[in-house]
Design a protein around this ligand. Structure first.
Ligand SMILES: [Zn+2]
Length: 233
């Protein structure tokens, strides 16, 4: 009898273990598409592409733009994309001034997003990324406020190549090769205001054959420059 109970316990634990040990970033097929700085008048074209291709992405919005384009923010949420917070001002001097100012800007953005979409959002991307301006005190305060910080491991530099979007997607392809070598998921940084929707669609169509697109909400562990996803051995 006792042996039987022990066996059941061992079996149950054994069944639970692989799921717990498994991380959701050690999959080279996972792609987290992220769009920063919106919403703005370029957002609808991107949303149209994502809708047509049935792909979900994450939009790290500024509070300022969310207020300016409330209908677009609502559309992002309604179409099943994740919303992340990207500060109020996007001004490095103001945002990083103190740990408290960084938290305050994110909280203000959080309130605006909640008011417009009914969603309480804790995934954040700090302006220009967490390195080098986030001090350990900034990180500590931000995490204490419940925020989860996201950087990226594939930088499209779409803003730099806005007039040569093909270069942007060549860079993304190279970046994805690199994350695949490390056997980790890819967090791709793009911008509503800089990504070319026509090339984006072409890229999604070819990428969809091998990639599984996810939103940051589906990830258990965020990727940041100070806490990178380790390569899978
Ligand atoms: Zn930005």
């Amino acid at each position: 009898m006792k042996k039987g109970i022990i066996l059941i316990v061992v079996l149950v634990l054994g069944m639970g273990m692989p799921a717990e040990a498994k991380t959701d970033y050690h999959s080279a097929s996972y792609v987290y598409l992220t769009f920063d700085d919106g919403p703005d008048d370029r957002t609808p074209a991107i949303l149209d592409v994502l809708k047509k291709q049935k792909v979900k992405a994450t939009f790290f919005v500024t509070g300022r733009n969310a207020k300016r384009y409330p209908t677009l923010l609502k559309r992002i949420a309604k179409e099943g994309h994740a919303i992340g917070l990207h500060s109020m001002t996007h001004d490095a001097k103001l945002f990083y001034k103190t740990p408290a100012s960084a938290v305050a800007e994110m909280k203000e953005t959080q309130v605006i997003v909640a008011r417009l979409t009914g969603k309480n959002v804790y995934d954040v991307r700090v302006p220009y990324g967490s390195v080098p301006k986030m001090t350990s005190e900034h990180i500590k305060k931000m995490e204490a406020a419940g925020f989860r910080i996201w950087d990226w491991n594939v930088d499209s530099e779409d803003w730099r190549y806005a007039k040569r979007p093909k270069v942007t997607f060549e860079r993304v392809a190279l970046g994805l090769e690199r994350t695949a070598e490390r056997r980790t998921a890819a967090v791709v940084l793009m911008h509503d205001h800089a990504t070319d929707p026509v090339i984006l669609e072409k890229w999604i169509v070819s990428e969809k054959k091998k990639a599984a697109f996810r939103t940051v909400q589906q990830a258990k562990t965020s990727y940041s420059f100070f806490a990178k996803w380790p390569a899978k051995k």
